[in-house]
Design a protein around this ligand. Structure first.
Ligand code: MN
Length: 496
């Protein structure tokens, strides 16, 4: 057993002030170590390290004792000779049920329409029975992603895609920002290796510079706060998570120069009035940017998120985003539904209100036998305004509502978009502007000799990715005289 990791688990429990008996945790660790004896992970480490890592993530989420214990024991039922009865005898019914729930969920795969829907259903059923099972799956998945490098490349890609398509949206729906970001950032490099490398290369320097500025601004802000006697619990700077930045860059036609809030300063205080005081202090010190002040305390986001946001021009003209919130808001923003385990009874109503949709999804499963209809309903809730369209090979492409086969083609690969001449939807030839529906199987017909896309497509495509590629490729195949024409009109001049 990795002694350092084990003591880190105990430290996390202490730091998060969880009422979990350290002796029982040690017992569970010994029990799991014995059960997994001789088993190695693909990385070559003893299996128990995976159990410890899973439990530590759960403790950091602030989960209860049963869940943390089940995190230690979650692979025992599947991979060893120990029985559920044995677990129940040693650690109680609650823990045994959770372990059973995780094993039942098994290995969720995402390839192919039928299996994809089946996986989602399984997740929702498990969630409706006991939401803690999903938390264990999240924690389990995070360590699997952290050690993904040890698996062969084709497996890496599948697991990473499955995480982005199934796990991250659910974490998002449960308001679990921290878990969601981790799942996305860990998957990004394996799901889209070229894009990841491209973004890294683009951002490395800007991040360094931004971080240098951030340190200075942090010091200045702390000084101001001390000056005005505002008690703050923390001022922390952080970069945007890379996958979210990626999505944002795509919205801006791959122009990173247009993404201004690369980094943010987060200020955590005790009370709501202090939040507004801090906002005032920031606005007095730096010039706020019009239209960027958002009061999510008075008007929370639909998922319950609360904070004050503002962006300001700081001393050297750099733009910094500030997020101001109380400790409770912070806890809720980071851990979402998991945060509620900490304040049991009083908040249970809010928890169950949030969970009503899970129960609803579970019921649909009984009512709707038709897969297509099920996905249709699903998208309204969990995957708001998104549709999932399949390639003939069964890969899922996630698109906004109303997207067409041209959007689909560009999301698969820019070359496919540029060379496409037609599309088959569910086996039938369809016009290019036909809107796709969730569950559609879309096949793109290409002509390798085609020189590029048709500018008319710009009138019906829905994604910025498609729009950007169509514009760019038209530009590159314009004849010389028209390039000169463009230059005369100043179209190539840098806007800045
Ligand atoms: Mn596991």
């Amino acid at each position: 057993m990795n002694v350092y990791a084990a003591s880190n688990l105990l430290k996390t429990i202490k730091k998060r002030r969880l009422s979990i008996d350290a002796d029982i945790v040690k017992l569970a660790l010994d029990y799991a170590e014995t059960a997994h004896k001789g088993q190695l992970r693909a990385t070559g480490e003893p299996f128990i390290n995976h159990s410890i890592a899973t439990a530590t993530t759960l403790a950091d989420m602030g989960m209860d004792e049963s869940t943390v214990l089940a995190g230690i024991l979650h692979d025992i039922h599947e991979d060893t000779l120990c029985t559920l009865e044995d677990i129940e005898k040693n650690f109680g019914k609650d823990v045994a049920r959770l372990v059973e729930g995780v094993s039942k969920l098994g290995r969720v795969k995402y390839r192919g329409v039928e299996r994809y829907i089946e996986s989602l259903r399984k997740m929702f059923i498990a969630m409706a029975e006991d939401i803690r099972v999903i938390m264990i799956k999240f924690a389990d998945r995070i360590h699997n992603l952290q050690t993904l490098y040890a698996l062969p490349p084709h497996k890496r890609k599948r697991i990473a895609m499955e995480t982005l398509e199934i796990y991250a949206p659910i974490a998002n729906r449960l308001g679990m920002e921290k878990i969601k970001s981790e799942l996305e950032d860990l998957s990004f490099q394996y799901a889209y290796p070229e894009e990841y490398a491209w973004l890294q290369a683009q951002t490395v320097e800007r991040y360094h510079e931004a971080e240098r500025h951030l340190k200075i601004i942090k010091k200045q802000l702390e000084k101001e706060l001390q000056h005005t006697n505002v008690k703050y619990l923390a001022v922390e700077g952080r970069g945007k998570n890379l996958f979210r930045l990626y999505k944002k860059v795509l919205q801006h036609n791959r122009d990173i120069g247009k993404v201004h809030d690369l980094i943010a300063l987060r200020i955590i205080v005790e009370t709501v009035p202090q939040c507004y005081t801090v906002l005032g202090i920031i606005h007095r010190r730096w010039t706020p940017i019009k239209g960027r002040i958002k009061d999510y305390i008075a008007q929370p986001k639909p998922n319950g998120y609360q904070s004050l946001h503002t962006s300001a021009f700081c001393d050297h003209g750099e733009i910094v985003e500030f997020q101001i919130r109380t400790k409770e808001m912070h806890e809720e923003a980071e851990h979402g539904i998991a945060a509620h385990w900490r304040y049991d009874e009083s908040d249970i109503k809010r928890v169950s209100k949030k969970l009503a949709w899970v129960e609803e999804l579970r019921k649909w499963k009984e009512d709707i036998k038709d897969n297509e209809k099920y996905l249709e309903r699903l998208k309204i809730d969990v995957f708001q305004n998104r549709i999932f369209v399949f390639t003939p090979k069964g890969d899922v492409i996630d698109l906004p509502e109303g997207a067409t086969s041209v959007d689909f083609a560009y999301h698969v690969h820019s070359d496919i978009g540029n060379k496409m001449t037609g599309a088959r939807i569910n086996g039938n030839i369809a016009s290019l502007e036909t809107s796709l529906k969730s569950g559609d199987v879309c096949e793109i017909i290409v002509d390798k000799k085609r020189r590029g896309p048709n500018l008319d497509w710009l009138s019906f495509v829905k994604t910025n990715t498609a729009r950007g590629h169509i514009r760019n490729s038209r530009r590159s195949i314009l004849s010389l005289p028209s390039i000169l024409e463009f230059a005369k009109k100043g179209r190539f001049k840098n806007k800045r």
